[in-house]
Design a protein around this ligand. Structure first.
Ligand code: ATP
Length: 286
């Protein structure tokens, strides 16, 4: 499979702050890749360099076979193939939802159907409303609509579901899974670990401008081989034990109880547990 994004030795500083300190990354065609990391880790800087919105200090970057920093090659044709949902929300204008999306559709050679996109982001009931009357989460959904209206081959989503209610987040996940079926490559940044787990083929954890690990959500940080915690209610109160062989522990317990083992649960490390362990004291937001 060909690489849609390829990054080698990427560095970027703002004055004395080194935001990106040497990143290597490749993302294959059709892949959904989630970049995870604490506030200030360098995610947005990295993504905006790939989008051609920020300059880099050094390193090699190729996005859809183009260097985003070279204005001549990263021109309109290149931009037409890319969809972007930035972290900051779109400006509120005196246009309705539908008018805004129709307006943006005109910039693209092969736009999607406007009504279909409005429905896909769950804004059908609001399509005639002015943008300034939308709630924060509805405005964010409009941002997502504007990111996908041009049928992009590559979609950048920077914290796309911030402000979404749980139902809207699930609907958004379904939309992304539909885009996956069409072969769209997606680079996502998110602080929601369940979102990364639901959507991403691979995740990359970034901290202080460097990638700590790239893996699948299931295998990140040795997750698949981490100890399981078995908990149950014994005669003397709640008990819990960490083990690499929960089946053996449960069969031993089942011999001690005549019927069901009371309040039995087996819990493996969640992606969030593993992630928090990995970034440890590096969390700049604390
Ligand atoms: P968040 O999760 O909070 O969005 P992030 O991982 O996207 O964080 P960046 O926005 O890339 O992080 O910021 C990385 C570092 O670079 C931070 O220390 C930030 O303060 C700094 N930085 C980012 N943009 C600028 C800028 N325009 N000028 C100066 N410093 C900046």
């Amino acid at each position: 499979m060909s690489n849609v994004i390829s990054v080698r030795g990427l560095k970027k500083s703002y004055g004395s702050t080194q935001a990106v300190a040497g990143i290597d990354l490749t993302i294959a065609q059709g892949e959904i890749f989630a970049l995870l990391g604490p506030n200030g880790a360098g995610k947005t800087t990295t993504v905006e360099i790939l989008e051609g919105f920020r300059t880099r200090d050094s390193g090699e970057v190729s996005v859809l076979d183009t260097d985003p920093s070279i204005k001549g090659s990263a021109g309109r044709n290149w931009r037409n193939r890319i969809g972007i949902v930035l972290q900051s929300t779109s400006d509120a204008g005196d246009l309705s939802v539908q008018e805004t999306i129709e307006h943006f559709a005109k910039y693209y050679a092969n736009p999607r159907d406007v009504d279909e996109v409005v429905a896909a982001v769950g804004l059908s009931e609001k399509s005639k409303e002015l943008i300034r009357t939308l709630s924060g989460g509805q405005r964010r959904r409009l941002d997502v609509a504007l990111g996908i209206i041009g049928s992009p081959e590559l979609l950048f989503l920077d914290e796309p579901t911030t402000g979404f209610d749980p139902k809207a987040r699930r609907a958004f996940w379904a939309l992304i899974q539909d885009l996956r079926k069409t072969g769209t490559t997606i680079l996502l940044t998110t602080h929601y670990l369940d979102e990364a787990e639901a959507l991403a083929d691979r995740v990359g954890v970034i901290s202080q401008g460097q990638i700590i690990e790239i893996s699948t959500p299931a295998l990140l940080g040795g997750r698949a081989t981490s100890l399981a915690t078995v908990s149950w209610l014994s005669a003397s109160g709640p008990k819990s034990e960490k083990t690499d062989n929960p089946t053996a522990l449960i069969s031993k317990l089942s011999a001690d109880f005549p019927g069901e083992i009371p309040e039995l649960t087996v819990k493996r490390a969640s992606l969030e547990d593993i992630y928090l362990e990995m970034i440890g004291g590096d969390d700049e937001s604390e």
